[in-house]
Design a protein around this ligand. Structure first.
Ligand code: ZN
Length: 452
C-alpha cells in the first residue's frame, strides 16, 4: 500500500492543448513540478529535433509532450478507478492509491532529455535515462525538493516507475509498454504538428476499452480494431516521419559538426558558451547538462559559422541554413562500393569523415513476444468476454503481418553536389559523372563492364 498522500488543489488548473483539448491539473505536486526550472527547461527542447527541417510545423517541445503523457495517465486512472476499482489486494484490479505516483512518472518520464539527445548520447556519453533518474533523485534539484514534500521516499518511487522496477505492473505499463501513455501521446502529437494524417487513431475508443489485469494493462475485445489501427499508425509514423531521409541527413550533419567542434576546441581557442565547453572538454556535470537547450546549441552553431576551421564553419552553415546531404539506400552487397564512392568524394574536395556517413533506421512495428530488451514482455493482450487473454497478433491479420518484422532502411549520405554537375556546366567534371553511374533511382548499383 503506497504511503503517500495527494494534496488536491482547491480549484483545478486547466491548460488548453491542441491534442487532448484540456489538461487538468488537480494536485499541488503536479503544479509545483511544472514550475521547477528543470521542467520549464523542456520548453526549450524540440520534441523531434532536426525533423522540424522536414516538417516545418514540427517545432513542438518536450514540455507539451510530458504534459500530454501526464494527462493520458490521469484519464486512464479515472477510467480504472470508475470501472475497475480494486476491492481486495491481489484481485488484479486498480488501486487508485497509485494515481499520484503514476501521474508524476508520466509527467517526468522524459525529464532527462537534452537537446538532440540521440546525437549527444553518442558523442558525449550522456544517457537521458540515467540523467532523468538523477534529476529526480539528486537533492540539488527543485524537482527532487518538490517530490520529497509528498513523502521522503516519493522521489525513489517515481524513479522506480520510470526505471520499470516498481512492483505493480499496471503502474509501470501505463508509462512503458507497446501501448502506453507515452506512445499514444507522441504519435498523436507528432502527427498533429507535422501535419501528416498517418498518426491518426481512435484514442477515445482505446481509452474506453483499456482495462487493468493482474499482469498489467490490456484491452477489451470491443477495442481490438482501435488498437490494431494504433499499431498501423505507429508503423506509418516511423516510416514516413521519424525515419525521413532528410531528417536523418540533418542528424548526420549535426553529429559531424559536433565531432569537428570537439577537435577544433582541443586544437584552437574555439568560441563556445561555457556550458557546452564542459562537454567538448569532457568534464561536465548535471548542472552543465541542465543549462543546455536548443537555443544554446544554435547560438554556438551560429558563432561557428565564422570559425577559422573551414569544415566546422561549413557544417555549421549547412545545419543552420538547412542544406542536407543527399543519400542512397544501401544493403550488405552494395556496401562494398562505398570505399570507391568515398574516394571520388575525396577527389571532389570533401573529407569523407565529415561529409559522408551510413545511417540505418529500423523499427519493429510490433513484437508479440520478446523476453528481453527494450520491449521485454510488453505484448498487447486482448481480453475475451470470458476473461481469457489473447495476444493481439493472434486476432488481427494486419498486426500479424507486421509482427516481429524489421521495417526501415540503411542509407549512405554524401554531398548533394556529387549528383548535380549538369547544373553548372562551367564546373563540369567527369568525376561527378563517374559517381553518378553508381547511383540509380535512389539506390546504389554495380557498374557492368561493357562486353568486348
Ligand atoms: Zn516520451
Amino acid at each position: 500500500m503506497p504511503n503517500f498522500h495527494s494534496n488536491r488543489l482547491a480549484k483545478e488548473v486547466v491548460l488548453r492543448d491542441p491534442v487532448h483539448e484540456y489538461i487538468h491539473i488537480e494536485d499541488q505536486v503536479i503544479l509545483d513540478i511544472l514550475k521547477t526550472k528543470e521542467f520549464q527547461r523542456m520548453r526549450r527542447i524540440k520534441q523531434l529535433g532536426p525533423i522540424a527541417y522536414v516538417f516545418p510545423g514540427a517545432t513542438h517541445t518536450r514540455f507539451e509532450h510530458n504534459l500530454g503523457v501526464y494527462e493520458l495517465t490521469r484519464r486512464i486512472c479515472n477510467i480504472f478507478a470508475k470501472k475497475y476499482p480494486s476491492r481486495r489486494s491481489g484481485d488484479g484490479l486498480w488501486d487508485d492509491n497509485n494515481r499520484l505516483l503514476v501521474e508524476c512518472a508520466g509527467l517526468l518520464h522524459d525529464i532527462g532529455h537534452g537537446p538532440y539527445s540521440h546525437t549527444f548520447e553518442h558523442l558525449f556519453g550522456t544517457d537521458h535515462e540515467k540523467i532523468g533518474q538523477k534529476i529526480i533523485m539528486d537533492p540539488s534539484t527543485d524537482i527532487n525538493r518538490v517530490l520529497s514534500q509528498v513523502s521522503p521516499n516519493f522521489p525513489g518511487l517515481v524513479a522506480s516507475v520510470i526505471a520499470k522496477t516498481y512492483p505493480n505492473p499496471q503502474v509501470v505499463k501505463m508509462i512503458s509498454s507497446q501501448a502506453d501513455a507515452d506512445r499514444m501521446d507522441y504519435l498523436k502529437r507528432d502527427a498533429y504538428f507535422t501535419g501528416v494524417t498517418y498518426g491518426e487513431f481512435d484514442l477515445s475508443r482505446i481509452l474506453q476499452e483499456i482495462r487493468p489485469y493482474s499482469d498489467g494493462i490490456c484491452f477489451t475485445m470491443a477495442g481490438m480494431h482501435a488498437v490494431e489501427d494504433y499499431i498501423v499508425s505507429r508503423y506509418q509514423m516511423y516510416q514516413q516521419v521519424y525515419f525521413h531521409r532528410v531528417g536523418r541527413s540533418m542528424e548526420v550533419i549535426l553529429q559531424h559538426l559536433l565531432e569537428r567542434a570537439k577537435i577544433a576546441y582541443q586544437q584552437s581557442n574555439l568560441p563556445v558558451t561555457p556550458s557546452l565547453a564542459k562537454f567538448l572538454a569532457g568534464n561536465w556535470d548535471l548542472t552543465d547538462y541542465l543549462k543546455l537547450d536548443d537555443g544554446v546549441m544554435e547560438t554556438n552553431f551560429s558563432m561557428w559559422t565564422k570559425s577559422s576551421d573551414p569544415i566546422l564553419a561549413d557544417l555549421s552553415k549547412r545545419y543552420l541554413f538547412r542544406q542536407p546531404l543527399a543519400s542512397v539506400c544501401i544493403d550488405e552487397e552494395t556496401k562494398s562500393l562505398l570505399p570507391k564512392l568515398k574516394t571520388l568524394i575525396k577527389q571532389a574536395g570533401f573529407d569523407p569523415n565529415y561529409y559522408t556517413d551510413t545511417n540505418s533506421a529500423f523499427d519493429e512495428p510490433y513484437d508479440a513476444y520478446k523476453p528481453s530488451g527494450k520491449n521485454a514482455n510488453s505484448q498487447i493482450e486482448i481480453m475475451q468476454n470470458d476473461g481469457q487473454l489473447i495476444e493481439l497478433s493472434q486476432l488481427s491479420p494486419l498486426v500479424r503481418s507486421l509482427n516481429g518484422t524489421l521495417q526501415g532502411d540503411e542509407r549512405f549520405f554524401f554531398p548533394k553536389v556529387m549528383m548535380s554537375n549538369n547544373l553548372e556546366p562551367q564546373i563540369f567534371d567527369p568525376l561527378y559523372q563517374k559517381f553518378q553511374r553508381y547511383v540509380k533511382n535512389g539506390t546504389l548499383r554495380y557498374i557492368r563492364k561493357p562486353k568486348k
